[in-house]
Design a protein around this ligand. Structure first.
Ligand SMILES: Cc1cc2nc3c(=O)[nH]c(=O)nc-3n(C[C@H](O)[C@H](O)[C@H](O)COP(=O)(O)OP(=O)(O)OC[C@H]3O[C@@H](n4cnc5c(N)ncnc54)[C@H](O)[C@@H]3O)c2cc1C
Length: 370
């Protein structure tokens, strides 16, 4: 039987899932990453104080996909974790996403579920059609809540007004008439018990997988050695930005350790929509359940320049991406998958789902001749 040798660029969720699937099917995999570590943006590590932190910002695992859940469970035990977020308005913290308690605490009310629904109905500014993120929020909660929780947060996060952003960005955030203060409502809400990096180590620990770190795809000169390439980096970089760069929003992470502080804040993440240059502070011990005499936090400062984190969803950018995708479709020996290659804001579980589907197709295509 002849098996193929495949080069995979990027050791994040997309690349590592495909690597493992190809290796299980008997193929030889060389996986590279330009960073000095595996796990992509989900990389976590013990900091100098022994606290497990996420270098590239908080990553909370949640999914409704049984398939993704079963798959990743092969490589890790889990700890249950339901993420909670509060938003600071005029110096006070309120549950976020907005729910009935947010309304009652903010306006000194005592609404029940029907009362909360009536409140939204009375204050909403109906929009038809709903095209922008501003439309989405005004249409569901009205102007005061929009200005208190969304307007300035969006301006900071995206460097754009909600009226310039597509509806899908704000549509990700629910509004509730009940008192559920969990950020997510997915069936599975968990964190890898020993962290993400340990889980990736197990995914990539296979005799058919060779990992090389600190290697940039653009420096490779031996591509002809491979039967196929899987590329999970930025699609515009692969094509040397021939149509111009695809715009991304970047982030700067400011990590801090607070010795002898048991707990810095009551919940995993606190949003600061209207104050400070940062958008939010996350305290890692809430996410990981780690016991420690001190605590570590991270502040996120959105920036225009830097590593590509969030594709900026606009019609112009999507049109530019489509031009790159047309080139990608003609690139016969290359599979493009992942958030950078597909210019799409993917959650981790969505990337694993997309990678499992891509791996299945590829295994079919590379079926060994006997
Ligand atoms: C701040 C932040 C918070 C997030 N929080 C959550 C969350 O709570 N829950 C959730 O589900 N999702 C979250 N996400 C999304 C999550 O990070 C992604 O879904 C996931 O990391 C995507 O995996 P990927 O493999 O596609 O990309 P990545 O993890 O980015 O991996 C791509 C890899 O390719 C490498 N690479 C790129 N170009 C090259 C090259 N030329 N040569 C070699 N290597 C290259 C990169 O170094 C990188 O390691 C968050 C994202 C951000 C930015």
């Amino acid at each position: 039987m002849t098996f193929s040798t495949v080069l995979i660029t990027g050791a994040g969720f997309a690349g590592s899932t495909i690597a493992r699937e190809l290796a299980n099917a008997g193929h030889r995999v060389h996986i590279i990453d330009k960073r000095p570590h595996i796990a992509g943006n989900a990389f976590d590590e013990l900091n100098a104080h022994g606290v497990l932190v996420h270098r590239y910002g908080p990553h909370i695992f949640h999914t409704n996909s049984e398939r993704v859940w079963q798959y990743l469970s092969r490589f890790t035990e889990w700890r249950p974790y339901e993420h909670r977020v509060r938003g600071v308005v005029d110096g006070k913290e309120y549950p976020f996403p907005i729910n009935r308690d947010t309304l009652n605490q903010l306006y000194g009310l005592d609404l029940d579920e029907t009362g909360a629904a009536e409140f939204f109905e009375k204050h909403r500014e109906p929009r038809d059609p709903v095209q922008t993120s501003e439309d989405v929020v005004l249409n569901s909660v009205g102007r005061d809540l929009y200005e208190k929780f969304f307007l300035n947060y969006t301006r900071k996060q995206w460097g754009m007004d909600p009226s310039e952003l597509k509806a899908g960005v704000a549509a990700r955030i629910p509004v509730r008439t009940n008192t559920d203060d969990r950020y997510f409502t997915d069936t599975y809400q968990v964190m890898p018990a020993e962290g993400y990096t340990k889980m990736f180590e197990r995914m990539l620990n296979h005799p058919n997988i060779q990992v090389k770190l600190g290697v940039d795809f653009s420096e490779l000169t031996d591509l002809e050695l491979y039967d196929h390439i899987v590329y999970t980096g930025p699609i515009d970089a692969y094509f040397k930005h021939c149509y111009g760069p695809l715009p991304y929003r970047s982030l700067r992470f400011k990590h801090e350790h607070l010795a002898d502080v048991q707990q810095f804040q009551q919940v995993g993440t606190v949003n600061y929509p209207n104050d400070h240059a940062y958008t939010r502070i996350t305290e890692f011990k809430h996410l990981t359940g780690q016991e420690h005499t001190g605590t570590s936090i991270v502040r996120e400062y959105p920036e225009a320049e830097g590593d590509p984190y969030y594709p900026i969803p606009s019609d112009t950018n999507e049109a530019l991406f489509k031009r790159y995708r047309e080139l990608a479709e003609k690139e016969a020996g290359v599979t493009f998958v992942g958030r950078l290659a597909e210019y799409r804001y993917y959650n981790m579980d969505q990337v694993v789902g997309a990678a499992l589907s891509a791996a299945k197709k590829l295994i079919e295509r590379l079926r060994p001749s006997s």
